[in-house]
Ligand binder design. Structure first.
Ligand code: AMP
Length: 299
């Protein structure tokens, strides 16, 4: 089953305590679409400027991602710049230049409208909602979000929650959204706001999954000693998760647990190199091998 991915496509400038790189391929949709492509066909919706390097587009082509919904607008591609502290869990945004993203209105090609599995990658909730209005009876819709939108677009986000099957956010965002200190309380509370399920990411400490009917699952992250660039890990998690659901076409709670694990594993590869460089070389067999090893760590 195909997956529809919408989100940002960016050129990122990233600084870590040991390295600095500019004009890297980034954006929530880039990471999520490439992550989902390891599981099956992907339809991408996003916008790039006329400065977007051809080799970045080539990566999408190599991963067999359908680019009918990729718009090229006159102007510069969305640019984001971030810096990590010594503790790579802490990141600050240095600058954001919306550029062609400022006027972006996602338009789904007719051929995308019946895509059964939908990932609304991290962009403004109003844009995510506009995609919900354009898809026809999807089987499962997942939305990702971030602190910026909880602060700036709370009303839109709360409306979006009524239209999606799952929300993904990190633990501090879950606290921010609910004003609850306890992350379990926060997760359970969000599951009463609309989505059937809520996945709360905890960085290197893994992820919690809450269901509206009291379902609960918890997993750790894949243990890694060296993290080069955590950018996009959350987007890869979301892409791997929806990719697994689409490949298996099974939205039962037990399969959602496996989807959380598959998302966790794809994210673990993402952080091993800057940008999408590790995913560019990744083989599906490497995900399966890591899955086997992970199975021995959790049982
Ligand atoms: P993550 O590390 O999973 O939070 O995702 C990082 C990616 O999100 C980067 O590649 C950025 O280009 C992109 N990004 C950062 N801020 C925004 C924003 N406000 N809207 C959309 N994408 C963003």
């Amino acid at each position: 089953m195909p997956v529809l991915v919408v989100g940002s496509i960016a050129l990122d400038d990233i600084k870590t305590p040991t390295a600095e790189h500019r004009q890297l391929l980034g954006g929530s949709a880039s990471y999520a679409a490439v992550a989902a492509s390891f599981f099956g066909p992907v339809n991408l919706v996003g916008v790039i400027g006329d400065d977007f390097p051809p080799q970045h587009k080539e990566l999408f082509v190599t991963r067999k991602i359908d680019l009918t919904g990729l718009e090229t607008a006159a102007g510069l591609t969305f640019c984001w710049s971030g810096e990590y502290e010594q503790n790579m869990n802490n990141r600050k945004t240095l600058s954001v230049a919306l550029n062609v993203f400022e006027k972006f209105q996602p338009k789904l090609p007719e051929s995308y409208r019946a895509t059964p599995y939908v990932l609304l990658g991290n962009i403004a909730p109003s844009l995510q909602r506009s995609v919900c209005r354009q898809v026809r009876k999807p089987k499962f819709v997942v939305a990702d979000t971030m602190d910026l939108w909880i602060g700036m677009a709370r009303a839109d986000l709360l409306e979006l929650l009524k239209e999606v099957d799952m929300l993904i956010l990190n633990d501090s965002e879950a606290r921010q959204l609910t004003e609850e200190d306890n992350v379990i309380k926060a997760g359970r509370k969000i599951a009463t706001l609309g989505p059937r399920y809520v996945a709360v990411k905890k960085g290197e400490h893994g992820c919690l999954l809450f269901g509206r009917d009291g379902e609960f699952f918890s997993t750790g992250a894949f243990p890694l000693e060296h993290i080069h660039d955590p950018t996009g890990a959350g987007d890869c998690f979301a892409g791997g998760l929806i990719g697994h659901l689409a490949r298996t076409d099974d939205i039962s709670f037990s399969n959602l647990k496996e989807a959380i694990i598959q998302g966790t594993l794809v994210a673990s590869f993402c952080v091993e190199e800057f940008s999408l460089r590790r995913l560019e070389k990744l083989l599906a067999d490497e995900i399966s091998e890591r899955r086997k090893a992970f199975g021995t760590y959790i049982t």
